[in-house]
Write a protein that binds this ligand. Structure first.
Ligand SMILES: CC(C)(COP(=O)(O)OP(=O)(O)OC[C@H]1O[C@@H](n2cnc3c(N)ncnc32)[C@H](O)[C@@H]1OP(=O)(O)O)[C@@H](O)C(=O)NCCC(=O)NCCS
Length: 196
């Protein structure tokens, strides 16, 4: 069942919940499929258990860094999460998002369910921006991000090399939360100039 614009699919029997340590083998299996067979991630070697355990530890049950999984009948179908964008402190109001469905679980509305849960969880956090990097071409990922209000920031051309060729990466961004700067901007530049 494919998702159609304006009418997200709701795949039967799929539930979304926060990830736990027990999900690690399933998370690794999904991710390593894309490492080995696609350019959607720029890892070149499959990730090992210890390395991915450290990755999993960055997510919490509260706060800006979350990880949700989709499952049906105990089988892991996908995951979506938010993690730090860059280490320098001023970036702490920005998260980078990540999302992967199992190869036989794409195009069924599961990515939509995962991102819905993730952005609902992030709604109360002190965050200003979510960013996502998409290796091109990836029409499913572009459609998903646009559905969730991401817009194209720009394209980095031939920024990565994998499988013996260079790949372009599109950066997308989505405004989160609302601050004083938003209410000032609502009046437009002219009203801000007048109010000085
Ligand atoms: C990208 C991904 C997470 C999207 O999740 P999904 O469950 O397949 O997507 P959904 O079924 O929820 O559909 C979301 C949107 O993508 C569209 N879509 C899904 N598969 C598509 C495809 N093969 N081609 C074009 N559009 C597609 C849907 O029509 C829907 O669009 P809409 O919201 O405008 O109606 C999933 O396909 C995936 O894991 N792909 C492989 C890994 C990957 O690319 N991860 C992202 C890295 S940036």
């Amino acid at each position: 069942m494919a998702a159609t614009r304006g009418q997200p699919a709701t795949p039967a029997g799929v539930s979304i919940r926060p990830a736990s340590a027990d999900d690690l083998p399933g998370l690794i299996e999904i991710y390593n499929h894309y490492v080995q067979h696609t350019p959607v991630t720029f890892d070149l070697e499959p990730v090992a258990f210890t390395e991915r355990k450290a990755w999993l530890a960055q997510f919490g049950d509260t706060g800006p860094y979350r990880l949700f999984v989709a499952e049906r009948d105990g089988a892991l179908l996908g995951y979506a999460g938010s993690h730090p964008f860059r280490a320098k402190r001023a970036y702490e109001t920005t998260v980078e998002t990540t999302i992967y469905c199992a190869p036989d679980a794409t195009g069924q509305g599961i990515g939509t369910m995962l991102y819905a849960a993730l952005f609902e969880a992030l709604a109360g956090e002190d965050l200003r921006l979510a960013v996502a990097a998409i290796t091109l071409p990836n029409p499913a990922s572009v459609a998903l991000h646009e559905r969730f209000g991401f817009s194209l920031t720009g394209v980095m051309h031939e920024v990565g090399r994998k499988f013996g060729r260079y790949w372009d990466v599109a950066w997308y961004e989505k405004r989160l939360g609302s601050t004083d700067q938003d209410s000032r901007r609502k009046g437009g530049y002219s009203s801000r100039i007048k109010s000085r």
